[in-house]
Ligand binder design. Sequence first.
Ligand SMILES: Nc1ncnc2c1ncn2[C@@H]1O[C@H](COP(=O)(O)OP(=O)(O)OP(=O)(O)O)[C@@H](O)[C@H]1O
Ligand SMILES: [Mg+2]
Length: 296
Amino acid sequence: MYEQALKLRKIMEQKKSPTELNKNVRVYCVTSGKGGVGKTNLSVNLGLAFQNQGKQVLLIDADLGLANIDVVTGLYPKYNLSHILTTGKSIQDIILKGPRGISILPGASGFYELANLSNTQLEILIESFKRISGNFDIIIIDTSAGISKSVLSFIQSSDEIIVVTTPEPSAVTDAYALIKVAHRHCNKIHLIVNKTDNYKEAQFTMEKLTKAAKKFLNVDIDYLGFVLEDKSIHRANMEQVPFLIKYPQGLASKCLINITSKLLFGEQSPIESTVTVDGWFKRLITLIKSNVGAMQ
Ligand SMILES: Nc1ncnc2c1ncn2[C@@H]1O[C@H](COP(=O)(O)OP(=O)(O)OP(=O)(O)O)[C@@H](O)[C@H]1O
Ligand SMILES: [Mg+2]
């Protein structure tokens, strides 16, 4: 036990960052009530669109399901956060460099084990995040569907959430149920209507959801726009290339670029981000610990 603690301390000493940069990031959590509505595809391509605008993006895979970021990008991670503790890997070894220079942090199960780590282990991880603190402008978190305690922690840790729904009534009902829980825990809720046949259908879906949220929850939802049903997304997925790269002139890409502009330059001024990458990570640990504790 004592030897293990010494070993951990040694890793921690090696990982102490020489310079601590204090750059703030905007944190978006992409989430949905129902599964399969397009979160992973939108997260990856939104990240790429931000990169195209000169922003440095850290995409975090927080989905425990099967259809993960690796499937969409064709990048398969060898390591995750736990390897920082077990094999002394650095966080830079774990982060994958994706297309257009986007950075991908394969988290998955690693995140959910945070609640069980010792304070020394957590300090090592926090130090690791501090090392990359100056590198990013935006964090995008791709979560699993639904409002499990782990998803709730990611939602609470973010400044803004992006709720994805399709026009299907069951997806809209589940999106409402998610918003009902999430609105108490985040500053801003954005909405994307995905896989829609046309503008009118998307508008109808958006109105149904935003009116119910206003009436019953007194919540204002910021509608970012829609992404059309586009067969090229399926083809891009089959080739494991993000659709924005494979079909930059496709319908879905055009819709997504509009959404990105709205997030970056929209009338609703962006929330001032007040958190650094390691600050966000510390916040996440506290939330995961308290949510696990609260629901045991
Ligand atoms: N705009 C679209 N047009 C056509 N197909 C789409 C569109 N968006 C996503 N898809 C398809 O929907 C399926 C689910 O997409 P994706 O994996 O991104 O959803 P998800 O919400 O992340 O799912 P999960 O809840 O399982 O994590 C994929 O087969 C993808 O090709
Ligand atoms: Mg997914």
